[in-house]
Design a protein around this ligand. Structure first.
Ligand code: KPL
Length: 346
C-alpha cells in the first residue's frame, strides 16, 4: 500500500488566496473564477493534469455534474493524487458544472484543456464555446483522432470568437481511484502543438510545460498524433479482443496482425499527407508493448467495464479516412467490426 502523507501538503489549510471571489454558493453573474486554466473532464488524465497544474497555479475543473465529489452547493473540495512514489498529495479542487455556468464566471479563462473521452469532445466544446471568453485557447487531449475536424468546423462557424486550437497527447498513465482521487501509475512523454487560429499564449504554455513533467511543444502535431494513433490502432483492439495486458502482444502470434494494421495506417496517413515509416512505427509499437507490458489498454478496460470504447476515433478514424481516399483497410475494418460487436453485445 502506498504510504499516506497528509501532513504538509494539504493546501486547504493554508492562507492561499481563494481562486473564486464570492462568498455565496450559487453560480450567478457575480461569480468570477480567478483562474486562467480550466480542465474539462475529471477522468484519470483530467484529474492527473488538474493535480499537476494545481501544484503551480490553481486551475478550475469543469464537469457535467458536480457529483464528482462535491455536494451541489460546494465548489471547493479536495482532490487527492497518489504520486509515483506512493505519497498522497491533497490539493484544493475548485470545480463547476458546465451546465450551471455563465459567461461572466469564465471571464478569466485563457486556456481550456479538454480531457474527456474522444466521443464526448464535440459535445463538450459545443457546451463551452459560447461561455469562454473571446481568444480563449482550446487544447484537445484525448486518445484517437477525428474530433479535431468537428471542432475545427465548429470554430469556423464562429470566427469572431478568435479561438485558437491546439492538439496534444500524453503517455502518462493514471488510474482513477474514486471521484476525486487519482493514482499516477506511469511516467510518459506529453506533446502539444498548434493546429489553428491564434497560438496558445506563451505565459499559459509555459505554465503547462512547467507543471507537466516531460511535456514539449512540437511543430507538426498532426504527424505526432498519427504516430500515436498507429500505436493505439494496434494495441487497443488486440488487447481488448484477447482480454490481455499489453505485454502479451509481444508473443509471436500477434506479429503479422500488428504489421498488417500498421501498414494500412501508414498507407492512409500518406494519403492524408503524413509520411511515416513502417519499420519505425512497428518498432515504436513494440517499445510501447514492452514499456507498458503490465498495463491494460484503455480499450481493454472499457470493454471489461462494459463502457463505450473509443474505437470510432481509433481504427474507425483510419477506416473513415481510407474510405475518403477510396482505399481498403481490411485489418482496421475487422478491428472496428469486432470491437463494435463486443460493445453492442454489452
Ligand atoms: O494509449 C494507450 C491506451 O491504452 O489507450 C496505450 C499506449 C496502448 C497504452 O496502454
Amino acid at each position: 500500500m502506498p504510504q499516506r502523507n497528509n501532513s504538509n501538503r494539504n493546501l486547504l489549510n493554508t492562507t492561499q488566496k481563494p481562486a473564486f471571489d464570492v462568498s455565496d454558493n450559487h453560480v450567478n453573474d457575480k461569480h468570477v473564477y480567478q483562474t486562467d486554466i480550466a480542465i474539462i473532464g475529471a477522468g484519470a488524465i483530467g484529474s492527473l493534469l488538474y493535480c499537476q497544474l494545481a501544484a503551480i497555479k490553481q486551475p478550475l475543473l469543469l464537469t457535467r455534474s458536480r457529483s464528482v465529489g462535491a455536494t451541489s452547493h460546494d465548489d471547493f473540495s479536495t482532490i487527492t493524487l497518489e504520486t509515483l512514489s506512493g505519497d498522497s498529495l491533497h490539493q484544493p479542487c475548485i470545480q463547476a458544472d458546465i451546465n450551471q455556468l455563465n459567461k461572466a464566471a469564465l471571464a478569466n479563462i485563457k486556456l481550456v484543456i479538454v480531457c474527456v473521452k474522444a466521443y464526448q469532445v464535440t459535445d463538450a466544446i459545443s457546451s463551452i464555446l459560447t461561455l469562454i471568453p473571446q481568444g480563449c485557447h482550446i487544447l484537445l487531449l484525448h486518445n484517437g483522432m477525428g474530433p479535431h475536424l468537428q471542432v475545427l468546423a465548429l470554430l469556423k462557424q464562429q470566427p469572431q470568437l478568435k479561438q485558437g486550437l491546439s492538439l496534444g497527447t500524453t503517455s502518462q498513465a493514471a488510474l482513477k481511484l474514486g471521484p476525486l482521487q487519482v493514482r499516477h501509475t506511469g511516467k510518459g512523454k506529453s506533446i502539444i502543438g498548434h493546429l489553428s487560429g491564434p497560438v496558445m499564449p506563451l505565459a499559459i504554455q509555459n505554465q503547462l510545460l512547467a507543471a507537466v513533467e516531460d511535456m514539449s511543444v512540437v511543430d507538426d502535431i498532426v504527424t505526432s498524433l498519427w504516430q500515436k494513433l498507429i500505436v493505439n490502432c494496434a494495441i487497443n483492439p488486440l488487447t481488448a479482443l484477447a482480454q490481455c495486458a499489453n505485454g502479451e502482444l509481444a508473443q509471436p502470434q500477434y506479429k503479422l496482425q500488428i504489421e498488417a494494421i500498421t501498414q494500412e495506417c501508414i498507407m492512409v496517413a500518406k494519403a492524408d499527407g503524413v509520411n511515416l515509416s513502417l519499420p519505425d512505427s512497428v518498432a515504436i509499437i513494440n517499445q510501447v508493448i514492452k514499456l507498458t507490458a503490465n498495463n491494460f489498454s484503455s480499450m481493454h478496460q472499457d470493454i471489461h467495464h462494459n463502457r463505450k470504447t473509443e474505437i470510432q476515433q481509433i481504427n474507425g478514424y483510419v477506416v473513415a479516412r481510407a474510405a475518403h481516399h477510396g482505399l481498403t483497410v481490411a485489418m482496421n475494418q475487422s478491428m472496428l467490426t469486432k470491437i463494435t460487436a463486443l460493445e453492442s453485445a454489452q
